[in-house]
Ligand binder design. Structure first.
Ligand code: SF4
Length: 59
């Protein structure tokens, strides 16, 4: 699984970081996505909660 993030669409609501903190992280002021940090099921659920549509999944 690969999660893509569109920085221009993101409204920084923080749903992703709040729901899957082991996947969506801020490291050295950079937004990092570590797909190995949770199950595909959890990641799909978190991506679905993104209010802006900035997160998409490609496989
Ligand atoms: S949940 Fe979506 S809008 Fe909110 S910070 Fe994450 S990517 Fe951005």
């Amino acid at each position: 699984m690969k999660v893509n993030w569109d920085s221009e669409t993101c409204i920084h609501a923080g749903e992703c970081v709040g729901n899957s903190p082991n996947v969506f992280k801020i490291v050295n002021d950079e937004f990092v996505i570590d797909e190995s940090g949770a199950s595909d099921e959890e990641i799909r659920a978190t991506v679905a909660k993104c209010p802006s549509g900035a997160l998409t999944i490609s496989e």
